[in-house]
Design a protein around this ligand. Sequence first.
Ligand SMILES: O=C(CO)[C@H](O)[C@H](O)COP(=O)(O)O
Length: 241
Amino acid sequence: MPTNLAKESAACAAVNEQIHNNVRIIGIGSGSTIIPAVKRIAEIVQKDNLDLICVPTSLQARELILSNGLKLSSLVEHQELDLAIDGADEIDEQFNCIKGGGGCQTQEKLVAFCSKKFIVVADEKKWSKRLGNTWTKGIPIEVIPIAYKITKKEIEKQLGGEVIVREGTEKLGPVLTDQGNFILDWKFDASKTSNWSDVNQTLKMIPGVVETGLFVNMIYKAYLGNSEGKVEVKTNPAISS
Ligand SMILES: O=C(CO)[C@H](O)[C@H](O)COP(=O)(O)O
């Protein structure tokens, strides 16, 4: 499938370039693009006999680490990571991105924050001029369950747009995160919103908000694969290597 080739190529290019002896502790993201990345990490670890410790961003990532025979740890043991690798839902030209399509943004942001370098792997279609152009499901926001009505009302009042409580497909009612919280998807007007740092601050000031899926200028490199298996690497000039 072309999309899988795009994701796989991006994942393998990133891992081939970034995994070496000096990387001792790595954050492992969540989603579908991270699956071939972890597989490739495991191959390199075995081939080069590397001693690599992996910190997951979700239960999915935890299982991926274990099923690929890698060493599992957590942010309780390690708060300084050499690298974190993750997928993304949309990345803009200023290297801001939306994450949390799979509902893991809180742990994903923690792991990215603790990492010296944060790299993303994605289909090239996820790169866009401005956030909201291609990802139209909104910005995922984790909230504590008791606050969901207050936070929904407050986000709409302060920032406009529409907030949807994310619901399950195989279960009635709200989706629960790995932390047992709810997810709100904030659908914003892409043409009116651009100062993502301010938007993120505003969201984080609302009581009940745990974390947002807005990653403001955190990306060091984005590896973008296309349907022919070619990979373009975009490097953030604002983050030194
Ligand atoms: O943020 C995420 C999960 O919360 C994922 O990394 C994001 O949704 C991208 O997923 P995929 O690699 O399947 O396109």
